[in-house]
Design a protein around this ligand. Structure first.
Ligand SMILES: Cc1cc2nc3c(=O)[nH]c(=O)nc-3n(C[C@H](O)[C@H](O)[C@H](O)COP(=O)(O)O)c2cc1C
Length: 169
């Protein structure tokens, strides 16, 4: 692993994956990173549903009309589901866990992409049905993970929009 700035520069959404399985030890470390995510009042409202079943992932691809292309080739998918009754910060908690997964995947030499599910058409129903996610959990997103089959340019520090940063004294 190199330094965190370089990791953030390299991490891009990867939507095209090589036909190569993700090793179990890599996936285990990625999930460990998810389980160490901070959450409001440490309620840990997330549940992670993981699959490497290509037939299932193919069915997940139909969960919405656009924005799910990454599922066409993804060898692994993680659904980030939240128990919204536990804490009102659930959406932030889920997003942080998802970001840990995205960064951990990059750190393992893999690519990943967020596929949004929450409040997207019928997507949540499809994902819940296909992955057996119980009704009391809300599905925030699917994260596709796999070896990259596309080149994405890394971020250039000189081109970042520093006007988004407001120093206040
Ligand atoms: C909340 C959220 C929802 C997203 N939903 C989708 C999606 O449904 N489909 C998709 O292809 N990418 C999705 N993305 C990925 C974004 O398009 C991507 O992060 C953005 O274009 C910046 O590119 P980068 O990740 O390569 O830096 C989502 C990202 C976030 C943070």
């Amino acid at each position: 692993m190199d330094n965190f700035l370089e990791l953030c520069r390299r991490r891009r959404s990867i939507r095209n994956y090589a036909d190569r399985a993700v090793e179990k030890d890599k996936l285990d470390r990625i999930l460990q990173c998810a389980l160490m995510s901070p959450s409001g009042k440490r309620m840990n409202p997330w549940e992670f549903y993981v699959t490497d079943n290509r037939a299932l992932i193919g069915r997940l691809q139909s969960c919405k009309q656009a924005g799910a292309t990454m599922l066409k080739t993804a060898p692994v998918v993680v659904a980030v589901a939240l128990d919204t009754s536990l804490i009102d910060t659930w959406q932030a908690d889920g997003a942080i866990a998802a970001q840990n997964i995205l960064l951990a995947a990059e750190d393992e030499g893999l690519g990943a992409c967020w596929c949004h599910v929450y409040q997207r058409d019928e997507a949540e129903q499809v994902v819940r049905r296909e992955m057996g996610i119980p009704a009391h959990l809300t599905v925030l997103c699917l994260i596709s993970i796999g070896y990259k089959n596309e080149e994405r340019r890394q971020y250039e520090l000189e081109k970042l929009n520093y006007q988004k940063v407001h120093f206040v004294s």
